[in-house]
Design a protein around this ligand. Structure first.
Ligand SMILES: Cc1cc2nc3c(=O)[nH]c(=O)nc-3n(C[C@H](O)[C@H](O)[C@H](O)COP(=O)(O)O)c2cc1C
Length: 172
């Protein structure tokens, strides 16, 4: 019998060049809207996504520190960019190049978030996959303080910022 890892490795869905996956959440990350492409690629119906925490499609191959960076940014009103592997309902996966921004009330309070994802470049994935693997191994060893240090040291050595690295990997 195949184990889950093998099934998952066999079962990648690639975004098309012109696809945009869009979702919106409330301030806590509970999904309030998702577009048709999201449902088609992730394999869920609208009623299975709306009202659920966005971690419903969380894939274990993405390090915890990546989500910490995302939330630290967006809670402070800064847009986030990142490469994210997502879990499909059927156990398969798809990679995205994600952007998340905050949505504001008329009084300037953050009331939710919007994420738009596009197809990531293959060269970005070739770079990021081993980095995420290393970060996950470090998280198993010593939590996000180790994986965070690894990433921040890497950025310092390469004289780069997180957003600078991610945008240059995507070629933007
Ligand atoms: C607008 C928005 C979109 C998000 N999109 C995703 C996503 O596509 N995949 C994902 O794993 N997490 C996404 N997240 C992050 C999740 O809220 C969550 O932090 C992440 O899945 C890690 O979950 P966990 O801490 O329960 O493991 C998104 C968050 C927001 C606010």
């Amino acid at each position: 019998m195949k184990n889950i890892d093998i099934i998952s490795e066999d079962n990648e869905t690639k975004m098309a060049d012109n696809d945009f996956i869009i979702s919106k959440t409330d301030a806590k990350g509970v999904i309030t809207y998702c577009n048709e492409i999201f449902m088609t690629i992730a394999g869920y119906e609208e009623k299975e996504l709306v009202g659920k925490n966005h971690n419903v499609i969380r894939h274990p191959d993405v390090p915890k520190f990546a989500f910490k960076l995302a939330w630290d940014s967006i809670r402070n009103g800064k847009e986030f960019f990142g490469f994210v592997k997502n879990l499909k309902k059927d156990g398969g996966y798809y990679w995205v190049f994600a952007n998340i921004t905050a949505d504001y009330s008329e009084h300037g309070k953050i009331i939710g978030y919007t994420s738009v994802r596009r197809k990531p470049t293959q060269s970005a994935l070739d770079f990021i996959i081993p980095v995420y693997q290393k970060m996950i191994a470090l998280e198993k060893e010593g939590g996000i303080s180790l994986s965070g240090k690894y990433l921040l040291d890497f950025l310092e050595e390469n004289n780069s910022t997180y957003n600078g690295l991610i945008l240059s990997l995507q070629g933007e």
